[in-house]
Ligand binder design. Sequence first.
Ligand SMILES: Cc1ncc(COP(=O)(O)O)c(C=O)c1O
Length: 351
Amino acid sequence: MSLQLDFGSENTAPVHPAFVEALTEANVGFATNFEAEEWTAGAIRRLREFFEHDRLEAFTVTTGTAANAIALGAMVPPYGTILCHWDAHIETDECGAPEMFSFGARQVPLAGEHGRLSPDALAKHLSHARIGVVHSLQPAALSLTNLTEAGTAYTPDQIAALTAIARRYALGVHLDGARFANAAASVAATPAELSWKAGVDVLTLGTTKSGSFGVETIVSFNDRYNVGLAYLRKRSGHFSPKTRFLGAQLQAYMDDDRWLKNARHANAMALRLSRGLTALAGVTLVHPVEGNEVFVQMPDAMVERLVQRDCKFQRDWRPEPRHHRFVCSWATTEAQVAELIAVAQAASVSA
Ligand SMILES: Cc1ncc(COP(=O)(O)O)c(C=O)c1O
């Protein structure tokens, strides 16, 4: 059988063995349902150490969309706006879920280079927002994403610069951390430095893309949102009854620095891939590679050759400029990266 070349998404990778082991270990005997069990309690204790924050609360769900929508739903009134980058997952890929879960709030897409929201664009929007005018929607939350959707990483200082602007207008701050581990590995910051210490109130901590079976955790550093988060998770049907399996995986994410090891590996594979591809004629990076994703423009003949070889990737990811997305995960191997580059190179030689 030929080597599988799947660079479509982290979610096409298998579950990492550490999470399978955690599920197996938790799968013994009976355990209380709905978080009244030791796995979730233990995971929350561990999260408090992980984030160096002894009052945080955490709410597990099974998809990133649910986590983002419940988080923002608890932070934003129906007459509020959610400010985000135009390319944010909540804007492009969640079918308006945060707007639905807030019972009518509106997302406002703003500009910024390489997926990072521009502080000037944010400040300008807020200074024109007609705050306190009953005829206008009221800015209520800033939502950032790290890694960004362009695969770049915000540093703690870059996040703090944006949250400082948001604070001046009393906005809550949400961070979509579907790839939080990749960002932390990229900028060598601690989980605390990249979240509450930089002004984040509520974080969506993704572990699915780090190799878990599907655990996304809403981490609240601001207790004003906790009651809303608890009720909205239940009311929206996202309070899984068998929480022990989510709690057990969340612990496995933190055990033995699994989160960081998996992220470092995925980031290293992406860097290797980007170096190999950009050495070929006609291939250019659209965004700097700062995490586990590579966004490139490449000749159509190369795209076709990869498709013929059954290589999976996100073809025509965004139209302007037209480019393609390749994602590496904990499961990507050096051999897979080398073969992808060899296939692309064969197309470039025969062109
Ligand atoms: C930036 C970002 N946020 C959130 C998600 C989570 O989405 P899902 O609802 O598919 O778990 C993803 C997954 O692709 C993502 O890339």
